[in-house]
Design a protein around this ligand. Structure first.
Ligand SMILES: [Zn+2]
Ligand SMILES: [Zn+2]
Length: 563
């Protein structure tokens, strides 16, 4: 064992002690030891162990630990701490600019135990409530998390979406607009991605030459017809060099294998590769089918629907008429209700649903009953001032541990609509999660079920649930299922949308906006919903003001007759 390894053990021990909030004097002893061991000229294993205690920066307790480590390969104090530290906390040590003392606050005071949850807390503006975490620190932490994730090749759709135009432009500039096609999982509109894929109609050698710039990207992989580069921002860019059969290649790389196989068998019977197509759409024309966009090329059922000319009219951003589920300065949002309303009036939207957090969400400044009364007065005033634009009184009501909602029925009755969401005790068995959600769905005051599984893409799995049962219960109790458009959530997952629509469920693409810019997340909800085949008529936030008003008043009348 060399000095550098021994020093690493002490450095980690010191960091973990800080993370666990142990006595800082002891912690310092070990970081000082690490510092000095790293700089020793002679290897400790070649030094008389009786002299360890008198080496500069080391004392008796450090000396004992060095001997233990050399003899056993282990350091018990360190192993004990490692066993008591969640993997997500250890991962945080890899974030630049987030030291052990900060991690201590993040873990012990904020209750955050993974990089993904930390990322979400930054986005929701939750760090600034803690000492030592100003707005600047929050921005810096978010930057290092982005860097960390990207370096691992994990991207949300939204992150690639922002980078996409510049990369496409770059490729088109080099190779010509008629020689570049986007394909793969981005083209298929999948919510998380590892790489961005393009087809270029050139020879591989020629493509590689063009990437030999002054600062060439790292070449990660090369096959007979493709190269995979890692760009400076961490993005993996795959380029396929294809000269013939481009429409087929585009089709195959942008379809789920199950879909692609069934389609080729049914319509081309082994002649798919040998047929000449001038474009991707001609593949469908020659099969006498309407065009199936890449986002729907997932299951065999869509082929049947296309055959019956029953393709869904996919929802578009322009179909969204009102913005449901938003947080203002009354809880953890950054803008006043009036600012948010005016921004939507400028965007020609017809209504805004303000759903701040409920009282149990103390970390998010959830509303007490007195503050609800005050907020509703403010909304009444604004509605007079801003008519015909309409602001609806809502709440994002916590679903408590036992499935009940966070206020009495009298308080719940004051809202136009209630969005019920789980924000606490997220680690549940399926039985527990189902009990909790079912009770909330059965509550007559629940209008919308918010972010169904609590998942955070790339960082936290949702709690386990029986999707079919939940969807059926929502239909039976006339509860709308949210498609949370925050690119970290996209929850209900797209893969359940078709099932929900077939059962007669009403869904709602909601941005869960905490800022005015957050409204734009609607587009990511729409992109995910398109993948599930969502039509505007099955989406509550596509309702015109009149239809929305009608929906709300019928829903309220039903509560009165049910209670
Ligand atoms: Zn929420
Ligand atoms: Zn929310």
């Amino acid at each position: 064992m060399n000095n550098s390894t021994i020093a690493d053990h002490f450095a980690l021990l010191s960091k973990l002690m800080d993370i666990h909030g142990e006595n800082s004097f002891k912690t310092k002893t070990y970081s000082i030891a690490a510092f000095h061991i790293e700089r020793l000229e002679e290897q400790l294993t070649d030094t008389d162990r009786n002299t360890y205690g008198s080496i500069k920066g080391l004392g008796a307790s450090v000396a004992a630990k060095i001997i233990e480590l050399i003899d056993t390969g282990k350091m018990k104090a360190l192993d004990d701490l490692l066993a008591d530290t969640p993997a997500g906390i250890l991962e945080m040590l890899e974030l630049k600019g987030v030291g052990p003392k900060k991690i201590h606050v993040i873990w012990k005071e904020m209750g955050i135990a993974s990089v993904g949850e930390l990322e979400y807390a930054c986005i929701e503006n939750r760090l600034t409530r803690y000492k030592g975490f100003g707005e600047k620190t929050q921005v810096k932490i978010l930057e290092s998390i982005n860097f960390y994730n990207q370096n691992k090749g994990h991207f949300l759709y939204a992150q690639i979406h922002e980078l996409f135009p510049s990369i496409q432009n770059y490729l088109e500039k080099i190779f010509g607009t008629d020689k570049v096609w986007n394909t793969g999982n981005y083209y298929r509109q999948l919510p998380t991605l590892h790489e961005l894929e393009f087809i270029v109609a050139e020879k591989l050698e020629f493509i590689k030459q063009k990437f030999q710039t002054a600062y060439p990207p790292e070449l990660l992989e090369e096959t007979a017809n493709s190269v995979l580069y890692k760009l400076n921002n961490g993005l993996r860019l795959r380029v396929y060099a294809i000269l013939e059969g481009i429409p087929q290649f585009l089709f195959s790389t942008s379809s789920a294998p199950e879909f692609s196989k069934a389609f080729q068998q049914r319509f081309y019977d082994g002649n798919f590769e040998s047929t000449t197509f001038s474009s991707e759409s001609e593949i469908f024309e020659k099969a006498n089918l309407p065009y199936i966009p890449a986002c729907l090329r997932e299951s065999v059922s869509i082929i049947d629907r296309a055959g019956q000319n029953d393709m869904p009219t996919l929802i578009q951003v322009s179909d969204i008429k009102g913005i449901v589920h938003n947080h203002s300065t009354w809880s953890d949002g950054l803008f006043t209700i009036e600012d948010m309303a005016r921004a939507l009036i400028d965007k020609k939207m017809e209504y805004l649903v303000i759903s701040d957090h409920s009282r149990s969400a103390a970390y998010a400044n959830g509303l007490t009953e007195e503050r609800i009364i005050q907020q509703q007065q403010v909304i009444d005033e604004l509605n007079k001032k801003l008519a015909p634009f309409r602001i609806y009184k809502s709440i994002e009501c916590d679903i408590l541990g036992d499935g009940s909602l966070d206020y009495s029925n009298e308080v719940l009755a004051t809202f136009d609509l209630v969005i019920a969401s789980v924000h606490s005790n997220l680690y549940m068995s399926e039985t527990k999660a189902m009990e909790r959600l079912m009770k909330a769905i059965e509550n007559p005051y629940t209008t919308i079920l918010g972010h169904l599984t609590g998942r955070l893409l790339l960082s936290r799995n949702g709690y386990p649930i029986d999707h079919k049962k939940i969807i059926e219960a929502c239909v039976a109790h006339n509860v709308v299922i949210e498609i949370n458009a925050n690119p970290h959530r996209l929850d209900l997952d797209w893969s359940w949308i078709e099932y929900a629509m077939n059962k007669g469920a009403l869904l709602s693409i909601n941005p869960d906006a905490h800022t005015i810019e957050g409204f734009d997340d609607i587009r990511y909800g729409v992109i995910a919903a398109q993948k599930g085949g969502l039509t505007p008529s099955c989406n509550l936030s596509s309702f015109s003001l009149a239809a929305f008003e009608d929906f709300i008043s019928k829903r309220k009348a039903a509560i009165i007759s049910n209670t």
